[in-house]
Design a protein around this ligand. Structure first.
Ligand code: TYM
Length: 335
């Protein structure tokens, strides 16, 4: 039986992925690659919707690839590729932009969030149409599942709407994809502002644990995580967001349930919880960081793996795009 397809992606907009990217998405990606025909993309076209330094973007793209591999993406099983290596992403995005309403695009909350600080006037048009490019990323690969964190839910809904609209106007073309969002990992919170999601754009770098952070940095960040004055290790997202986030992360890293952790730390202060969590995180992240750094010593080999992934991705993406062009009435170029 052929396996169903799957696609997901991350932006290479920082030197390191953070614990939200890792627990919210990457861990699931690694787990799903045996039962799906998986495509994992590094979305450099999306990254330039906000200004990027060219040499940093190039370095961060390879660093992201190295972290995918170090965290368990197997390039024999899954196609690991860079979005700009597959021209069909930008081509399908254009077609989808032409069936998206301005109002519909304007309702995307991430655009509103990202432009809140500096206002919409100074934002790029690319940032506005970002979710439509994301829909193209997904629909090209006819995936059944798209493993992401909670913050991507609205973009997945738009993707489904656009796929259904295209299918009903032009005939069945796209598989309607499902968001694959796991409840426990859907949202990892900032260590300094535990009401907000952990994010690359956090005001304070102490709020996020990065996969490429050195051990002493990880320990320091966990020890300075914001908690509360109650002193008891108890999960209560509403009134104890900081402690609850630490317990959630601990549970995901150790495989222990939250009640088991609450029982273990009963009668002990937050210092004990933070100390053990820091040790567990260091033990978990250190091998991933070391492996990523090792892979980065051979950029030619990384580029070769990415080129191989792009060949696999291009094959399917070109097929889907050809179908789309045919359906909307473009004349095929005579050869
Ligand atoms: P990006 O690069 O912001 O994040 C990559 C993945 O990490 C998840 N994530 C989180 N999960 C839990 N808690 C958090 N604090 C947290 N922060 C990030 C995200 O949900 C995502 O799964 N628009 C996408 C990139 C993209 C994409 C795609 C994703 C472009 N094309 C096609 C899926 C399919 C984004 O900005 O992800």
């Amino acid at each position: 039986m052929t396996k169903p397809n799957l696609l997901s992606g991350m932006q290479p907009s920082a030197g390191s992925l953070h614990l939200g990217n890792y627990l919210g998405a990457l861990v699931n990606w690694a787990a799903m690659q045996d039962s799906y025909n998986a495509f994992y993309c590094i979305v450099d076209l999306h990254a330039i919707t906000v200004p990027q330094d060219p040499s940093e973007l190039r370095a961060n793209t390879r660093r992201t690839a190295a972290q995918y591999l170090a965290a368990g993406i197997d390039s024999d099983k899954s196609a690991l590729f860079v979005q700009s290596h597959v021209p069909a992403h930008a081509q399908l995005a254009w077609v989808l932009q032409c069936i998206t309403g301005m109002g519909e695009a304007g309702r995307m909350t991430q655009f509103k969030d990202k432009t809140q600080k500096n206002g919409q006037e100074s934002a790029s048009v690319g940032l506005f149409t970002y979710p439509i490019l994301q829909a193209a990323d997904i629909l090209l690969y006819q995936p059944k599942a798209v493993p992401v964190g909670e913050d991507q839910r609205q973009h997945l809904e738009l993707t489904r709407d656009l796929a259904m609209r295209f299918n009903s106007r032009f005939g069945d073309t796209f598989v309607i994809p499902e968001a694959h969002i796991l409840k426990e990992t859907a949202k990892i919170y900032d260590l300094q502002v535990p009401e907000a999601k952990m994010s690359k754009s956090a005001a304070d770098p102490k709020g996020l644990i990065n996969l490429m952070d050195e051990n002493n940095v990880i320990t320091k960040k966990i020890k300075s995580a914001v908690t509360d004055t109650e002193g008891s290790v108890r999960f209560d997202r509403e009134s104890k967001p900081g402690v609850s986030n630490l317990l959630g992360i601990f549970s995901l890293i150790s495989g222990e349930t939250i009640p088991a952790l609450e029982a273990r730390f009963e009668g002990q202060g937050y210092g004990a919880l933070k100390g053990e969590l820091a040790d567990a995180l260091v033990a978990h992240i250190e091998p991933i960081r070391n492996r990523a750094n090792e892979l980065l010593t051979d950029p030619a080999e990384l580029d070769r793996l990415l080129a191989e992934g792009a060949d696999r991705a291009n094959e399917l993406a070109e097929q889907t795009l050809a179908k789309v062009y045919e359906r909307i009435g473009f004349v095929r170029a005579a050869r």
